[in-house]
Design a protein around this ligand. Structure first.
Ligand SMILES: Cc1ncc(COP(=O)(O)O)c(C=O)c1O
Length: 413
């Protein structure tokens, strides 16, 4: 007899979101002491120097001018054609792979990650992922009954740890016939690390060698932060996903959340890359089926924003100007942090772009607690601290490394 009204596969403890928890405490501290006194390194959204969420004018003026009927009406289940075409061009820039490319609209990048895990893995197959990762990957594996296995992200010289990746890939393929390798690059969350083009050649070499008959490998590129990772050349690596063997499929989790400051709009896409047209089409069919079963279709306004901006030279120019200005803002903040870290001898993982810099340390939770005494609120994960350059002013970025170093030394003395 059943013992619980919640079905076996759906029984989970309450999800405590650590990030929102520290953010709440931080807000209380700001209320009590004033914004100037507090360093808020909690949320992963772009925040200006006065503590306000940045929402691009180019994006929200476009939304204000939108015909209400095109906001209210349903979009196509797979996503509107103009949206998907423009999104593909926008994602790849000048570096579109030579392959069959299809895309399905998803609720943010999250939806694309979900679709990739669902479409290319059976229950019990492995998602393999570096050990500095966005926790939702793990949550999704739990939800869909896929295994989640991490490996040491960087080697002693702070390069991508090819050996650990290879061992983990071998482990997964020894156990099962399918594997999904997730790479959150460029500008990884939580580290800001990007895998360089030469390393990509080596990674793809390893994957190609393992793609023997009967084995299926999905490479998932989560590029949520790509527009904050350089001026265009960071997209060069996409070309390497041309002409891969048919049993390797690449998917890209494309997100409008960061690049259009549209976190709450929930628009994105799963871009499918295959050297076989039939496989690309069948992956598309599978994901369209998933769309129908989960959210039917995504926010029409989100799709319209991208189409309106990307198909109008003037709007596109305003959008790009805003994007560049904000990328510079983050770059300046990150440089201030990195320079000060060097001065005080604080070790952090290599930062190449994006919203965060990570500081490896022992007892990160205790260190984060200690930092609250200095009015710094920061997210602790398993391996260290996540400093949010997207949210902290340049001035505060300058003073933060010293505070972090002192707290680490005190806790781990
Ligand atoms: C690494 C990473 N991937 C994907 C996402 C998904 O973003 P969204 O679903 O809002 O597009 C996020 C959001 O924080 C992220 O940090």
């Amino acid at each position: 007899m059943a013992k619980d009204i919640i079905a076996d596969h759906a029984r989970w403890p309450r999800l405590e979101d650590e990030i929102f928890k520290v953010n709440k405490e931080c807000k209380e501290a700001i209320k009590a002491k004033g914004r100037d006194k507090v360093i808020d390194s909690t949320l992963g959204t772009l925040i200006d120097d006065d503590g306000n969420l940045i929402a691009f004018d180019s994006v929200y003026d476009t939304l204000k001018d939108m015909d209400k009927k095109s906001i209210a009406g349903y979009g196509a289940i797979e996503g509107n054609e103009a949206y998907l075409d423009l999104l593909i061009d926008n994602c790849f820039g000048s570096y579109k792979p030579d392959a069959y490319i299809k895309a399905v609209a998803t609720a943010g990048g999250t939806g694309a990650i979900r679709h990739s895990i669902w479409t290319f893995l059976n229950q019990g197959d492995y998602v393999i992922c570096p050990n500095w990762y966005w926790p939702a990957y793990h949550t999704m594996c739990e939800e869909f009954d896929r295994e989640f296995k991490t490996y040491e992200f960087l080697d002693e010289d702070f390069n991508f740890n090819l050996e650990e990746f290879t061992n983990t890939l071998d482990f997964a393929l020894e156990k099962r016939d399918r594997v999904l390798c997730v790479f959150n690059t460029p500008a990884n969350n939580p580290t800001g690390f990007s895998i360089n083009d030469a390393m990509w050649d080596r990674i793809l070499d390893v994957i190609r060698k393992r793609a023997v008959s009967g084995k299926f490998i999905c490479i998932l590129l989560d590029v949520a932060y790509i527009e904050f990772a350089g001026d265009g050349s960071q997209k060069k690596f996409f070309q390497k996903f041309s002409s891969l063997p048919e049993n390797i499929i690449t998917t890209i989790a494309y997100s409008m959340s960061k690049s259009y400051t549209a976190y709450g709009i929930r628009a994105g896409a799963c871009i499918i890359i295959s050297s076989n047209e039939d496989i690309a089409n069948r992956a598309f069919d599978s994901m369209k089926h998933s769309n129908r079963s989960i959210w039917s279709n995504i926010t029409h306004a989100g799709m319209n924003i991208l189409v309106d901006i990307e198909s109008d030279e003037k709007k596109k120019k305003s959008y790009e100007d805003e994007l560049i200005a904000n990328r510079r803002l983050i770059e300046k903040r990150a440089s201030a942090f990195v320079e000060s870290a060097k001065e005080v001898g604080l070790i952090h993982l290599p930062y190449f772009g994006g919203f965060f810099i990570s500081i490896p340390c022992e007892n990160p939770k205790e260190v984060a607690e200690k930092l609250k005494e200095k009015d710094m609120y920061i997210v602790a994960n398993k391996n260290g601290l996540r400093f949010a350059v997207c949210a902290v002013s340049e001035e505060k970025c300058k003073i933060s490394p010293k505070l972090i170093k002192e707290a680490i030394d005190k806790v781990n003395k």
